[in-house]
Design a protein around this ligand. Sequence first.
Ligand code: MG
Length: 437
Amino acid sequence: MNPCDLKITDIRTADINGLPKHMILLKVYTNAGIVGYGEVRDASSATYAKMLKGRLLGANPLNVDKLFNRIKQFGGHSRQGGGVSGIEIALWDIVGKFYGIPVYQLLGGQYRDRVRVYCDTDVDGKHTGHDMGLALKARMDAGFTYLKMDLGIEMLYDEPGALNAPLGMLEEMQKYSMKAICHQSGSIDKSLMFGKNYELFTIPHHATGIHVTEHGLDILEDYVRQVRDVIGYEVPLAIDHFGHVAIEDAIRFGRRMEKYNIAWMEDVSPWTIPERLTKFTQNCCVPLCTGEDIYLAENYEPILRAGINVVHPDLLTIGGLGETKKLGDLCEKYGTAIALHMAESPIAFMAAVHMAAALKNVLAVEFHSVDHPEWMELVNPHISIKDGFMEVPSAPGLGIESLNEDLIKQFHKTDCPEPWADTSAWDGEWANDRIWS
Ligand SMILES: [Mg+2]
């Protein structure tokens, strides 16, 4: 087919759950029989993609930049970026499949032919640092070369004298949202998104009034010492989900962490207030990482200027591959390393792998589903992470030949429409789409 005749004919989605998160797979169909794969950000809504369908039907999917600029205004930070990002990735997949070349080649070529994968490890059931150390050691025995664990103030809740807060606040947090402000493994609990839960866990770090006592810091430090006693000091270890406490408390904890060679502390303060990030980086020698909730490369400049050490874009929030490439160039200017946040399906993972292959200074791609072997089989060929690395495929597009439709049916999120259900209700969606007059 002449490239000029290619057209988008349909956009459909499939919601799955249990591997472990809610993931929203996306297909962009064309009149050439080529289907592009994309994905909406984890724990989000297919609506963010479907609302764009009427704006894209009949357009030529090879014009990625032109279409991205058509829909860019409908993206936003965090989950709101999911629809625009997912479609952008599917368009690149179509371009690659149409011309028979891998996506990394479209992004400028390879810096590496295999990509380091870093492994997330949540805190559930790991009540001592020794237990967490053993869990991380098992990751290392499986070949992983870069580790991350959750560690936050929820560990201290039952310990007398470890947390200081307005009296009654901790009880209220525990009753409603303690888990939500610290960490959530698996799917997000819908009930946390409404009522008192939502009110509590959307109180920003600086306004909860919760502080960690010296006794609390002793406990957390001892936990990390026990972890290091098991895994040794050679392997990088990052820490996430410290909790909603003031930046001063994160700094006090960070200073305690300096001697444990922490790869980074993640999201210790809302990214929206760069001055707080600067305060951390200027008062503590543990590297600071943030950025998974920022839409568009241009919106990263304030946090890069604030001096963060590791930037952590999610391809399904930032706007897809093109915006991540732009961010990579910005990071060269500011001297910031990149780790790719990834908590979604193998579609997002393969997009991140191609991106990491094409970025100059990238540490690793995140992987959340190491305890869910079916995750690897959601796509054909299956994902195969060997010795902590993913080989970059040279097959066209994202390198995904097909999706495993049986598994998609098996893990269908039951409160969502059937996988790949008809979306023609969105065909006529439009508005006076302009942001200036
Ligand atoms: Mg995180």
